[in-house]
Design a protein around this ligand. Structure first.
Ligand code: NCD
Length: 336
C-alpha cells in the first residue's frame, strides 16, 4: 500500500514518520539506479515541470536528474526573468497552466507558502524545493537519510545545528523531520543572537509526539558533545538591510582546528550547500575537504535516490522499478 500516491510534498509538517520511512526504504531500492549500476525507464512519457524562481544548483539539477534516471522528461524554468512572472502573471495562473502540461511539479520560490499555493491550484503532485524562509522538505529527507546511512537511527543522539537558524529553511525542515522520526534527541541550537530558531519550529518539535530536549547557545564551543553537527550559511538574501547581514557574517565557523579541538571523535558534519566560501564568511572551511567526518558530498549524492523515491511514490511506480531493470551500457567510473 503506497500512502504517497498522488500526494503533494510541501512541508515536513504534512508528512508522517511512516511516509518518511517509506521514502527511505524506496530510496534504498533506487540506489543502484541512481548510481548508474542499473537502468529503468519506468517513467517513460512522463513530464516534470521543474519551476525555479530563485537561484539553485543542486536542487534543480538533482530533481531533473532523478526524474531523468526514472526515464521521464524535464522542463525547467530558472529565475524569473525568462518567465511571464515579469509580465505580472500570478503564481496561481502560472501553476494552473503548467499543471496542464506536466505530471508532477517541483517548485522553488522566494515566498513562504508558495509551494502550497501551487499545490492548491493544480491536480498533479507538487514537491516543494524551498519556499522562502519556510521549508525545504526534500533536503531534510536526504540529510536524515545520510545520517541513517552512517550512524543508524539517531535516537537519543546529540544534534548540534549551527548558523542562521532563523532564515535557513533547510534547518526548519531538518529539525522537524528528526523530531518526527526519532525519540529523545538532544537538540543544541547554536546561533548568533538575533538568528535563533523560530518559535514555530520549536513548537513542531514540542508537539512531535516524542520527548526531545532543546537548548540554545551562541558559541561554537557548544558542538563539543555533539554526535552530529549541521552547519549552514548565513542567508544573505533574506536580510532586508544588507548592513544587518554584515553584522552576522562569519560569526560561527568550523574549520579543521575547531573540529579537532572541540569535536567528538567520529563526529558527523553536515552542510546543505552552497557553502559561502567568500573571505569573511567561510562558515565551513575548505581545510575539511576530504575529511572523513564531513558528509556534505554524501548528502548531495543522496539527493538523487531520495528524490527518485519521492517521484516513484507520488507517481506510484515504485513497485515496477525492479522488474523493469536493465544493465547500463556506458562507462561509469567506480566510486572511490
Ligand atoms: C539551501 C536552500 O536553498 O535553502 N540549498 C539547498 O537547496 N541545498 C541552503 C542554502 O541556500 O543555504
Amino acid at each position: 500500500m503506497n500512502n504517497l500516491k498522488g500526494k503533494d510534498l510541501t512541508s515536513i509538517e504534512g508528512l508522517d514518520a511512516a511516509d518518511a520511512r517509506a521514502i527511505f526504504d524506496t530510496a534504498k531500492l533506487m540506489e543502484p539506479f541512481a548510481f548508474r549500476q542499473k537502468l529503468t525507464r519506468v517513467l517513460e512519457g512522463a513530464v516534470l515541470a521543474n519551476l525555479f524562481f530563485e537561484p539553485s544548483t543542486r536542487t534543480r539539477i538533482s530533481f531533473g536528474t532523478a526524474f531523468n534516471r526514472l526515464g521521464g522528461e524535464v522542463r525547467d524554468t530558472s529565475g524569473t526573468e525568462t518567465t511571464s512572472i515579469t509580465k505580472g502573471e500570478s503564481l496561481y495562473d502560472t501553476a494552473r497552466v503548467v499543471g496542464g502540461y506536466a505530471d508532477v511539479i517541483t517548485v522553488r520560490h522566494p515566498k513562504t507558502g508558495a509551494a502550497k499555493e501551487v499545490a492548491d491550484a493544480v491536480d498533479v503532485p507538487v514537491i516543494n524545493g524551498g519556499d522562502g524562509v519556510g521549508e525545504h522538505p526534500t533536503q531534510a529527507l536526504l540529510d536524515v537519510y545520510t545520517i541513517e546511512a552512517r550512524l543508524g537511527k539517531p535516537n537519543g543522539k546529540t544534534i548540534a545545528i549551527v548558523g542562521d537558524l532563523k532564515f535557513a529553511r533547510v534547518i526548519h525542515s531538518f529539525a522537524r523531520l528528526l523530531s518526527k522520526m526519532y525519540q529523545g534527541i538532544n537538540f543544541k541550537f547554536i546561533a548568533p543572537n538575533g538568528l535563533q530558531m523560530p518559535e514555530n519550529v520549536r513548537e513542531s518539535i514540542r508537539t512531535s509526539g516524542s520527548q526531545h530536549t532543546m537548548t540554545d547557545h551562541d558559541s561554537i564551543n557548544a558542538i563539543s558533545d555533539a554526535d552530529v553537527i549541521y552547519i549552514t550559511r548565513t542567508q544573505e538574501e533574506r536580510f532586508a538591510d544588507p548592513a544587518e547581514y554584515e553584522r552576522y557574517k562569519g560569526k560561527l565557523r568550523i574549520d579543521k582546528k575547531t573540529l579537532d579541538t572541540l569535536g567528538k571523535p567520529g563526529v558527523m558534519l553536515l552542510h546543505p550547500m552552497p557553502r559561502d566560501s567568500r573571505e569573511g564568511s567561510n562558515e565551513l572551511d575548505h581545510d575539511l575537504d576530504g575529511d572523513p567526518r564531513l558528509a556534505m558530498f554524501n548528502q548531495t549524492d543522496n539527493g538523487i535516490p531520495v528524490r527518485m523515491a519521492i517521484f516513484a511514490l507520488v507517481l506510484d511506480v515504485a513497485d515496477q522499478i525492479e522488474k523493469t531493470a536493465r544493465p547500463v551500457n556506458w562507462h561509469v567510473p567506480k566510486k572511490p
